[in-house]
Structures are given as C-alpha cells and as structure tokens.
Design a protein around this ligand. Sequence first.
Ligand code: NAD
Ligand code: UD1
Length: 350
Amino acid sequence: MHKTTLITGGAGYIGSHTALTLIDAGQHVLVLDNLSNSCHESIERLEHLAHARVDFIEGDIRDTALLLRLFSHYDIDAVVHFAGLKSVANSVSHPLDYYANNVVGTLNLCAVMARFNVFKLVFSSSATVYGEPAHTPILEDSGTGFPASPYGRSKLMVEQLLTDLALSEPRWSIALLRYFNPIGAHESGLLGEDPNGRPNNLLPCLTQVAIGRIPELTVFGNDYPTVDGTCVRDYIHVVDLAEGHLKALQVLHSDGGLHIWNLGTGIGYSVLQMIRSFEDVTGVSIPFQIAPRRAGDIAQCWADASKARRELGWCARRNLAQMIEDSWRWQSSNPFGYGHAVQLSAALAR
Ligand code: NAD
Ligand code: UD1
C-alpha cells in the first residue's frame, strides 16, 4: 500500500492546487472534502491535469466514524489540513459554525491522527492571527494579536491547540503556515477560486467586475496612512503557496516539533495599485468608487518570508503580473466558476 498524504478540503481553492503540486512531486494523495464550498468538478479537473485518478471521499472532518475508516483503510503518514469555513462576514453572523468546523473539526482530526500514530500535520493558518501589526514586514515571532472576526479567532484557537499538542508529545511534527493574500489560479485556467455568491476578497471582485458580473468595484477607504490612502496587502500566487506546502511536508518528515512559517512575497500593493495593474495586464478597465472603510480592515500588512526561505528553501516565484494574468484566465474561461454551465470539455475548448 502507498504512503498517503490526506488532504482535507482538497476540492477547494488552495487544496486543489496543493493536491496537484503533491501529485506532480510523486506523492499519493487522498482528498477528503464535504463539498460545502466546492464541487466535484474541481476533482475531475485535478485528475485531468494530474493525468491520474485521484482518491476522493466526500465527507466531513467532524465525522469520526468516517475518519476511523479512512485511517484504517489507507496508509496515511501525513495530513495537509485545509478543510474549514473562511468567510469573514459569514463568521460574524454564524460564529458557532466557524468554531464547530474550524476548531472542533481540527480537534477531531488530530484525535484520530494520534490514534493511528500519524503525527505530521500542515495547517492552513492566516496572517489574520497577527491582528493589527505593530511593524511591517511581519515576522513569525512578532506575536499574535486579536483577530477582528470569529473566523480569525478560530484560526488563532487552532494554532494554540496545535501548539499545546506539539508540546504534549514529541512525535508531533506540525507546520502552521500563515498565508498572506492568496490569489491567482493554475496556468491552465482549469483550477481557480470559485466563491459562493458575491465575493468579499479583492481579486474575485476585480475579475467579476471585469467580466460584468459586478457593475463596479467598491474601494473600501482611501484615508489610510499608506502610499495612496488605500490598504496595502501581500498578494501571493496560489501555486507558490501550494509549493510551500510541499516544502513544509518535506521538512516535517525530517524535523519534529512545531514550526511557524509566513507564506507571502514580502511585497505589498495598495488597492489602487492592484486596480491599475489589473488594467495594465488585462487591458480591461475597472470602474470603481471610493466608499467608507470596511470594518475590521487593517491599513497594511506584508510578510517577512525570510524564515521560510531559510528553513524551507522556498520563496514565491510568481510576480503580480502572473498572478493577475492567471486569475483573469481562470475567470474569463469559467465566468460562472465550476458549478455552472461550463464543464471541463467546454473549458478545454476555450
Ligand atoms: P475553500 O473554501 O476553497 O476550501 C476549503 C474546503 O474545505 C472547501 O472545499 C470545503 O468544501 C471544505 N470543507 C469545509 N468544511 C469542511 C469540513 N467540515 N469537512 C470537510 N471539508 C470541509 O478555501 P481556501 O481558500 O482553499 O482555503 C483553504 C484553507 O486556507 C482554509 O482553512 C482557509 O481558512 C485557509 N486560508 C485561506 C485564505 C484565503 O485567502 N483563501 C487565507 C488564509 C487562510
Ligand atoms: C481577508 C480577511 C482575512 C482573511 C483573508 C483571506 C477581512 C477583514 N480579512 O483579508 O481575515 O484571512 O481575507 O482571504 O475580511 N477591498 C476593496 N474592495 C473589495 C474587496 C476588498 O477595497 O471589494 C480591499 C480591502 O479593504 C482590503 C484589500 O482590498 O484592503 C484586500 O481585501 P481582501 O481580499 O478581502 O483580503 P483581506 O481583507 O486582507
């Protein structure tokens, strides 16, 4: 039986790109996803790109009986854990769903892992755990802050839970990967981000304005103490992020304990810079209007990713133009995402 990496949430945006990166690196993966924010089409496209069948189980990380069956049946030796809910706005109206899914779900997963002596875990954390940073760029040891939403606090709680776990038992080998702002898509245009309903994040809003699904972009605030008054973020290509997971897994196979790595580019762009770059790269003009600040936004945030470079031998290689080009290819060849009229054959024909 193959050594297997379990990827929870592997049908989703970052998980599907990571699954492809791991398969391309020769790993055998098993994807577990309840499809609450994704669909089977992403698995079919993953199989097409990987030129292989992908073991996929539709199910929930909170379903202990299912996890026990999976860990009994497959020779799982590491877990990359993406499964969870991620909408900041939705977490404010449904906090219990976020704590149940993100915190209890992780707790459940770790309990089953320990039962089967599986101690290698890569966790999807977020720069949101830093709260309002005192300094930029942000280093891993800057200290965590008070995240502005139940979503952010669920990520911080899981980080604390995993830190305690690593301290309790030396066999645990855990990576907390703090993502900055993932954007972009696979260069084929077949995998990408498919938000449910109206998106909240900047890039999906930009691409949906560009294809006419949203009439204009709302820019939240132009009175921040930044280069042009709009917020600055560290946008990172999703494939670079996926490659960071592969490197983290490789290190966990040789190094125990708890590791924290920022995954960002180290470069910040303002919202207005993003709009201008989008227009330059795509040739599509973006109507926008300035609106008041969005609650919970911080002025600026970008990573110091030198620890990941040093310890993982990883750095982001794709620049902003590539991120925008790939996001735009994905959006224009799949105007309504995965679940609607355009299926694999049609997307391939474009
Ligand atoms: P996504 O919603 O596309 O992927 C998450 C996947 O998990 C979805 O396919 C969903 O169906 C699945 N899922 C949710 N709850 C589940 C459960 N209980 N059991 C099984 N499957 C479940 O999100 P993404 O952007 O790919 O994010 C992946 C992870 O990275 C999440 O944990 C997210 O919080 C974290 N993260 C994302 C970002 C970002 O900007 N996208 C930034 C920082 C951290
Ligand atoms: C948001 C979340 C963060 C989460 C991350 C994951 C908040 C406050 N933070 O980060 O917890 O980890 O997503 O994806 O929601 N913007 C506009 N107009 C838009 C959309 C966004 O001006 O229509 C601006 C925002 O004000 C922000 C920047 O674009 O300054 C980036 O926004 P977004 O993509 O939502 O990411 P974050 O807010 O950084």
